[in-house]
Design a protein around this ligand. Structure first.
Ligand SMILES: *Cc1c(COP(=O)(O)O)cnc(C)c1O
Length: 366
């Protein structure tokens, strides 16, 4: 059997969720499990969290239905609301909560005849400039929705563009707009994503929306005391399947990008971009062999990658290789660090792990 597996530590997931709750004890925290729980498996993650969370959040109704069909009964927020009018029938029958970001969604909601009023999070564009109404438009629509019999549990929702950055100038501008609007409308708020949950108590509303932090990735440009307590949930683990000794100057892999700067021992690992490992990984991207750090040497191939194990004498056929996550000896390689070497973010690495790397679940029982 090919040794590559993505191990998912559901106890770590629960630990990270509790950490999000401890950051914001006055708020409810929805667990954001869109995109198959950032690649971790939405059903397994939802089952592990269901006894602790008041609600889940996903991007669309297909993701919400997957959870319902797996027996998840907690409320589920559709963060982008409905994509077509006919989805309101399912929203009604399943009790989904919906974001409303466009006029056609408002019109459809007001024209519908649901069996019970629908919970609505009205999306305000406070500066992300992606989805939502301008603060002025939002105030009018808020009053319209508030008076509508089809609508209940109305909240204002917004999303931050820069809550992860050290420079809080733009964040403060978004926050000031939202505070003015919320004061005017006496509106309950849902604002905070993971970085705002971790770093900006001022943004904690009735509901927070932590996502990536639940999976143990630190979204902050500069880690803080709380984010340092996050635990990795996914460990992408494989093994060494071949070893060779190269003379100084010999190249490795496609186009010979890496050349041995000294007599070098090269190990071949069963993991490649066909598994979702990022082909942009540069020479020097860290990996753990038997829990010891070493580095990628040469371009990532579809099914394999090559690492320099010259300084790891115990590296052998079958040795454990951790691409990110926790090694058996307890050493940790954060997916954030790997992402930096690939010029990307943890989100793309985690959501990018393909089904060829089977998920193996550990822990998580209530
Ligand atoms: C994905 C998403 C989140 C979670 O963001 P993280 O950065 O992963 O915490 C929160 N709110 C909305 C609207 C989202 O789409």
């Amino acid at each position: 059997m090919r040794p590559l597996e993505a191990h998912i530590d559901l106890d770590a997931l629960r630990h990270n969720y509790q950490l999000a709750c401890r950051c914001a004890p006055q708020s409810h925290s929805v667990a954001v499990i869109k995109a198959d729980a950032y690649g971790h498996g939405a059903i397994a993650c939802a089952k592990a969290l269901e006894s602790q969370v008041p609600a889940f959040a996903v991007a669309c109704i297909e993701e919400a239905m997957t959870l319902r069909q797996a027996g998840i009964t907690k409320p589920i927020v559709l963060l982008e609301g409905i994509f077509s009018v006919d989805e309101l029938t399912l929203v009604d029958s399943q009790g989904f909560w919906i974001a409303v970001h466009s006029q056609w969604q408002v019109d459809a909601l007001l024209a519908a005849s649901p069996h019970q009023p629908i919970s609505v999070w009205l999306k305000v564009d406070s500066g992300m400039h992606r989805l939502g109404f301008s603060p002025n438009e939002a105030a009018d629509i808020w009053r319209q929705l508030q008076a509508a019999p089809n609508v209940t549990a109305l909240h204002l929702m917004s999303h931050f563009a820069t809550a992860d950055a050290q420079d809080n100038h733009y964040f403060s501008r978004q926050m000031a707009q939202l505070q003015a609007l919320a004061l005017d409308l006496k509106a309950p708020l849902s604002l905070a994503n993971s970085p705002a949950t971790l770093a900006y108590p001022v943004a904690h509303g009735d509901w927070n929306r932590p996502g990536v932090m639940l999976y143990g990735s630190d979204p902050l440009e500069m880690a803080n005391e709380i984010s340092q307590q996050l635990k990795p949930v996914m460990t992408l683990r494989s093994e060494i399947i071949a070893l060779r000794q190269l003379d100084e100057g010999e190249p490795v892999g496609y186009s010979g990008r890496w050349r041995a700067p000294r007599p070098s021992r090269i190990a071949v690992v069963a993991c490649g971009y066909g598994d979702g490992y990022d082909r942009h990984a540069r020479d020097g991207t860290p990996v753990l062999v038997n829990g010891q750090r070493c580095a990628i040497a040469g371009k990532v191939s579809m099914d394999m990658l090559t690492i320099d194990v010259t300084d790891i004498p115990d590296a052998a056929l079958g040795s454990e290789v951790v691409l990110w996550g926790s090694a058996r000896n307890g050493a940790i390689l954060s997916v954030d660090e790997v992402a930096r070497h690939c010029d990307t973010i943890s989100y793309t690495l985690l959501t990018g792990v393909l089904p060829r790397a089977p998920r193996r679940y550990h822990g998580g029982s209530a």
